[in-house]
Design a protein around this ligand. Structure first.
Ligand code: ADP
Length: 459
């Protein structure tokens, strides 16, 4: 049964159900028709006997039969017996045994040599305790005949009927399941041909199959987009890595042939070093992003003083401190992974210096209200046009590659956004061409509890 298809199972079930229904109907018909036939026979017998009784004229010890008295009418034989049960008039049906005892006005079934008879007797009293019996006899409707006729009809009609039900159900179910076959075929084709562009595209409707097909189409769309994004990511990553490698290779070949003085060699080494730093930065960002995405390295969240973290990032990095303006209050506690949060801050401050005015300033401020903790990193640099502001968060996106300063590959802000989301926060940007940019990190405010304070002290 397990191996049968749903279509076959449904067809089988419907056919079986119809067979059961047809049998029940047959049994019901049989019992009703038996009852009706029997009741018709009884009323026929009563009517004929009664009309003959109406034709019977009794006076004294004599009786006379009227002109409409009939000894045989509508299958009913009427007989007249004396008080001593001797047949006076009428003819006993051939297969009816005459010995049936007389019982006044009781209609009953009497078995005979062949079949059954319905019998009724009526006692007509006459003078001097004398009287006569009027007996009505009618052949009872034969059960076997009725059953035989019904079964004959059933056995001829039923197989046709059941075959029709089976065929009809199969065709209807097959038609109803066609969209499912189409969905399966498309999924198989996508899997086998790796053709992510294919869609099911069922004609629009609101049944379950249409909704399923629409959901699958949406799923295939998302798969296609994420597959394309992965492809693009791999292409961009290899391109970004290949560039510094080709520069290093070219520089080495050139140095081997032409660098003669110590200064020339020093210059080549510096260039190779810068490219190596760029590669190392790119690889570490790529690794961080992949780890965050796949969750292979869980973030170590703990309560920490955000102000302290900002100070230590600024001290550790060789920023131009004359241009860096800090407005960082004490005791702003945040639940975060210190390494990731430092990475986020570093990226924002580095960008502010990179894309700020050469002699301009970078403002870093921190504040907290009931709901959130807000870190702002502002510069007075080139700014970002409105139409680019959505795109800069994408991996490898650079507003203008020629504008993007050395060392960048367009991964910094994608990583920043990923880290913000991991901390339950989000990034916003206010910027315009030549009016500077303000990048803001919004984090949910951590409750300032004793437990948090304690855990900060321990760290
Ligand atoms: P990159 O490594 O190129 O700096 P990011 O992801 O950090 O990559 O930034 C993406 C792009 O957004 C940059 O190439 C630059 O064009 C733009 N950008 C980022 N920060 C600033 C800023 N403070 N001012 C102006 N443009 C910026």
């Amino acid at each position: 049964m397990k191996k049968l298809s749903v279509k076959t199972k449904l067809t089988g079930w419907l056919t079986l159900l119809m067979l059961l229904l047809a049998s029940l109907l047959l049994a019901f018909l049989l019992s009703v028709s038996r009852k009706v036939a029997f009741e018709t026979a009884i009323s026929q017998l009563s009517q004929v006997v009664q009309s003959n009784l109406d034709q019977l004229d009794v006076s004294g010890s004599r009786f006379e039969l009227g002109s409409d008295f009939s000894f045989y009418r509508n299958g009913v034989s009427t007989l007249i017996y004396s008080q001593k049960e001797a047949l006076l008039a009428g003819q006993i049906p051939v297969f009816f045994a005459g010995g049936e005892a007389f019982r006044d006005r009781i209609i009953r079934k009497v078995p005979a040599e062949k079949g059954q008879y319905l019998v009724v007797d009526v006692w007509i009293p006459m003078e001097r305790d004398n009287g006569i019996w009027v007996r009505g006899i009618l052949e009872a409707p034969e059960d076997t005949l009725l059953v035989r006729n019904l079964f004959l009809v059933a056995f001829i009609a039923l197989p046709f009927f059941i075959a029709l039900v089976a065929l009809g159900s199969y065709l209807i179910i097959k038609r109803a399941f066609r969209p499912l076959d189409h969905i399966t075929e498309t999924a198989v084709a996508i899997n086998e041909a790796k053709d992510l562009f294919r869609r099911i595209h069922l004609p629009s409707g609101s049944d379950e199959f249409c909704r399923l097909a629409d959901t699958f189409d949406e799923l295939f769309g998302r798969l296609e987009r994420s597959f394309e994004a992965e492809k693009q990511f791999a292409a961009d990553a290899s391109h970004e890595l290949r560039t510094p490698i080709s520069i290093i290779k070219g520089a080495c070949e050139y140095a081997k042939k032409y660098d003669e003085t110590a200064e020339e060699r020093q210059e080549t080494i510096s260039m190779i070093y810068r490219q190596t730093l760029k590669m190392s930065d790119l690889i570490s960002k790529l690794l961080s992003m992949t780890r965050l995405e796949q969750g292979t390295e869980p973030a170590h969240m703990k309560a920490l003083d955000f102000g302290e973290l900002l100070h230590s990032v600024c001290e550790a990095q060789s920023y131009d401190h004359d241009r860096l303006v800090l407005a960082i209050p004490e005791q702003i506690i945040v639940i975060a992974d210190s390494v990731l949060l430092s990475q986020l801050v570093q990226n924002l401050i580095e960008n502010a210096f990179k894309y700020g005015k050469p002699e301009g300033h970078v403002w870093v401020s921190l504040e907290r209200d009931e709901k959130e903790i807000l870190l702002r990193v502002r510069d007075d640099g080139i700014g970002i046009p409105a139409e680019e502001q959505e795109k800069i968060w994408k991996r490898f996106y650079q507003v203008d590659a020629s504008h993007s300063k050395e060392g960048g590959a367009g991964l910094g802000l994608a990583l920043v956004q990923q880290i913000a989301r991991l901390h339950g926060g989000y990034m916003t940007l206010e910027s315009g061409p030549d009016s500077g940019s303000t990048f803001a990190l919004h984090l949910p405010a951590a409750a300032k509890t004793e437990k948090n304070e304690e855990s900060i002290k321990k760290n």
